[in-house]
Design a protein around this ligand. Structure first.
Ligand code: SME
Length: 157
C-alpha cells in the first residue's frame, strides 16, 4: 500500500497548491474530484452529492460516467451515509440491498460525509470502483481527512 499512500500524499500536495482561501465551494469540489479521479486507476466514478434540504441529495461536481441526479437521504449508499453521517465502505455493492446502481459495472464503493465548520452535513464524497474491494482503511482515512479539511475550510454555512 506504500504506492497508494504516496499517491494520496501527491493529491494532498496538489490540492494544497491549487485551493486558495477564496476558492468557491463548487470549484473546491470539482478540483478534489478531478485530482482523486486522475490519481487512482481504480476510481471509476468520483464525485460529490450535495445536501439540498433535509430530504434530498443532488449530484455535484464529478468525474466518470453519468451519475443519478437526485438521491433521497436514507436511500442507497450515499443517502445512508448522509443520514448516519458516517463513512460507508462496501467491498461488494451487491451485498447492500439498497444500493442504487448508476453503472452496472460498479463492484465496490466508499461514501464519506462532508461536514462544514459547524458540524452540519453539506455533501458526501462518493467513489465507485469496477474492482471488488477496491477501498481499504488507507483510502477511508485519507478520504475522510480530505473531506474534513475541505468541509471545514470551504463548506457552505
Ligand atoms: N452508488 C450510489 C449511487 C450514486 S452513483 O452510483 C454515482 C448509491 O447507492 O448511493
Amino acid at each position: 500500500m506504500a504506492n497508494r499512500k504516496s499517491s494520496y500524499r501527491t493529491v494532498r500536495q496538489r490540492l494544497d497548491a491549487l485551493l486558495q482561501p477564496d476558492t468557491d465551494w463548487i470549484a473546491v469540489m470539482a478540483t478534489v474530484a478531478c485530482e482523486l479521479h486522475a490519481a487512482f486507476d481504480d476510481f471509476h466514478w468520483t464525485g460529490f452529492y450535495r445536501v439540498m434540504d433535509s430530504k434530498r441529495l443532488q449530484v455535484g461536481p464529478y468525474q466518470g460516467g453519468h451519475g443519478c441526479i437526485d438521491i433521497a437521504i436514507g436511500r442507497g449508499v450515499c443517502g445512508t451515509a448522509a443520514r448516519q453521517k458516517e463513512t460507508m465502505r462496501l467491498d461488494d455493492v451487491n451485498s447492500f440491498p439498497g444500493h442504487i446502481a448508476c453503472s452496472a459495472t460498479t463492484m465496490s464503493e466508499i461514501v464519506v460525509p462532508v461536514m462544514n465548520r459547524n458540524g452540519k452535513l453539506v455533501a458526501v464524497l462518493d467513489v465507485d470502483s469496477d474492482r471488488p474491494a477496491a477501498f481499504n482503511g488507507t483510502d477511508q482515512s485519507e478520504l475522510e481527512a480530505i473531506c474534513s479539511w475541505i468541509g471545514r475550510g470551504w463548506g457552505p454555512a
